[in-house]
Design a protein around this ligand. Structure first.
Ligand code: MN
Length: 241
């Protein structure tokens, strides 16, 4: 309690004034704070622009799917992350953490969705313009870490095909041993190790493919390989911590 109060006073600045406010606040319950007590302002997350037109990934990914996926699903996760962070800020302001588990879960789910969708769009390119296969240092890295590139693709494909329900296949860089690893994510956030940075991902939620492929997830994954922008994946690997 003492620590919480000290932290709170530090945040709002002006110990004497803040101390008085804290006591008034504690006496009056959690709904009486005025504007002067606001803590650090949030920076709203923004959805990155889609790097191509909705129909640019045809015929492997249809325009309607891209449009709905980007404008409804992805946008929803960004908005949801902002909403969750606003609720967490309110909880701090009010020192009322009764809903902390709910909003922490929401922040992880929405934040995972916002991040992975941005990566997903950026790692695809119109089929005519995409590098069709990994080259150079990225290709060498894949061979080093997976034995050969077909073995990497087989593992990644298998991971994506077998996600239970909704989720992702992810290629990630792990700085501890400097290796690329293939991960399976459930929803957007489950099974994620803390120490690996995603550099390529495929969305295998049904909303990613159902209009064109219905239940044939494996067909969608096979088609998706034609859209991977390996140059961007190489840049992501270079930029990984
Ligand atoms: Mn999605």
């Amino acid at each position: 309690m003492e620590r919480t109060r000290r932290d709170f006073m530090t945040r709002v600045g002006g110990i004497v004034a803040a101390g008085a406010v804290v006591q008034a606040h504690a006496a009056a319950g959690s709904k009486t704070k005025d504007e002067s007590e606001k803590t650090a302002a949030l920076t709203p997350h923004k959805q990155p622009p889609l790097p191509y037109t909705y129909d640019a990934l045809e015929p492997y990914m249809d325009a309607r799917t891209v449009e709905l996926h980007y404008t409804k699903h992805h946008a929803g996760y960004v908005n949801g992350l902002n909403a969750a962070e606003a609720e967490l800020a309110k909880a701090r302001d009010a020192n009322d953490f009764r809903m902390i588990q709910h909003w922490s879960r929401k922040a992880a789910f929405m934040g995972g969705g916002a991040f992975l969708h941005a990566l997903y769009w950026s790692c695809m390119a119109p089929p005519a313009s995409a590098e069709r296969e990994p080259r150079g240092a990225l290709a060498a890295k894949l061979v080093n870490d997976f034995g050969n590139i077909p073995a990497f693709k087989a593992q990644f494909t298998s991971v994506a095909e077998t996600v239970e329900g909704s989720g992702w296949g992810v290629l990630a860089y792990r700085p501890e041993d400097r290796r690329l690893i293939v991960l399976q994510a459930e929803n957007h956030q489950k099974l994620s190790p803390w120490d690996a940075t995603p550099v390529l991902c495929i969305d295998v939620w049904e909303h990613a493919y159902y209009l064109k492929y219905q239940n044939r997830r494996a067909d969608f994954i096979a088609a998706w390989w034609n859209l991977v922008d390996w140059e961007q994946v190489a840049k992501n690997l270079d930029a990984a911590p």
